[in-house]
Design a binder for this molecule. Structure first.
Ligand SMILES: [Fe+2]
Length: 352
């Protein structure tokens, strides 16, 4: 405890007016980091909103129309706001309340749950460690743990305050797992495959891992110099995201950073690299990043649906590979894919 460097929250509350240099982004990124509240108001292309109300309709025609919209959004954007997703608003509010209450505890309380990345204990309370030569850091603290399948959870590291945390988070995970199945089914049919195909390819009920990361972005005295999360694509199959209605997420769409507008009661969803690879690039995993601001704390709840690290070789499904559309991705396990991305990033971060 206390040996892992300052939490961003403690920096933010220390009264500093200039952020430490590790948090200042390199010049090429600074050119276009704006005030996120102004950015959110801008007109222009926007993340599609998909109404899932009809995805279980008794009519195949109606279901088909719903799937088409989802497919189009997955192919054009790789992200979307899901509405009428079937998860009760009351449960979403309980989940948010539980996470907010945990993060409102004093830092010393939260440190009792600190992870230890050096020893491989990645679940728990943490902040990013510098993983490249520049020592670059992000303006956020987080809480990370596996939430599904239930027999793979380590409940001993889950917050005990507030008392509703475990129940609210578990129920959300269960409902999200069903939603993931529905989405994967629609995406499979959209590729001309049998409905259960993608679900099976990412590990099915036993092996697909749902990992929750609560991202806590404190107020930042110099938001025009920092990022909450640097630009990346998600490695998951799907990522589901909730937030506290404070803007911050930006998508790199057609060569420009687009700030996602906050849509009430929606669940934001990403297509991750895993589905991009399996679909041979027909569905997109979009580059995105997180801005911070000097007015409001932003909190988001990301659930990454990840295939097992070693058991499955990820590669474009053979049905989607043709002479005209050769495989765009080499076969890799999920672990190899992660390694490949980290390695590339390290190289890019080195001078020259
Ligand atoms: Fe992400």
């Amino acid at each position: 405890m206390g040996t892992v460097g300052p939490r961003v929250e403690s920096l933010a509350s220390s009264g500093i007016t200039c952020i430490p240099k590790e948090y200042v982004r390199p010049q090429e990124e600074l050119d276009n980091i704006g005030n996120v509240f102004e950015e959110e108001k801008k007109e222009g292309p926007q993340v599609p909103t998909i109404d899932l109300g009809e995805i279980d309709s008794p009519s195949e025609v109606v279901r088909g129309k719903c799937r088409e919209k989802l497919k189009k959004a997955a192919a054009e954007w790789g992200v979307m706001n899901l509405v009428n997703h079937g998860i009760p608003e009351e449960l979403l509010n309980r989940l948010r309340k539980a996470g907010e209450t945990f993060f409102s505890l004093p830092i010393e309380e939260k440190e009792k749950y600190a992870n230890d990345q050096a020893s491989g204990k990645i679940q728990g309370y943490g902040s990013k460690l510098a993983n490249n030569a520049s020592g670059q850091l992000e303006w956020e603290d987080y809480f990370f743990h596996l939430v599904y399948p239930e027999d793979k959870r380590d409940l001993s590291i889950w917050p005990t305050k507030p008392s509703d945390y475990t129940e609210a988070t578990s129920e959300y995970a269960r409902q999200l797992r069903s939603l993931a199945t529905k989405i994967l089914e629609a995406l499979s049919i959209g590729l001309g495959l049998e409905g259960g195909r993608l679900e099976k390819e990412v590990g099915g009920m036993e092996e697909l891992l749902l990992q929750l990361k609560i991202n806590y972005y404190p107020i930042c005295p110099q938001p025009e110099l920092a990022l909450g999360v640097e630009a990346h694509t998600d490695i998951s199959s799907l990522t589901f995201l909730l937030h506290n209605m404070v803007p911050g997420l930006q998508l790199f769409y057609k060569g420009k950073w687009v700030t996602a507008k906050c849509v009430p009661n929606s669940i934001f969803m990403h297509i991750g690299d895993t589905v991009e690879i399996l679909s041979n690039g027909r569905y997109k995993s979009i580059l995105h990043r997180g801005l911070v601001n000097k007015e409001k704390v932003r909190i988001s709840w990301a659930v990454f649906c990840e295939p097992p690290k070693e058991k499955i070789i990820l590669q474009p499904l053979p049905e989607l590979v043709t002479e005209k559309e050769p495989a765009r991705f080499p076969p890799r396990t999920f672990a190899q894919h992660i390694h490949h991305k980290l390695f590339r990033k390290d190289e890019e971060a080195l001078p020259n």
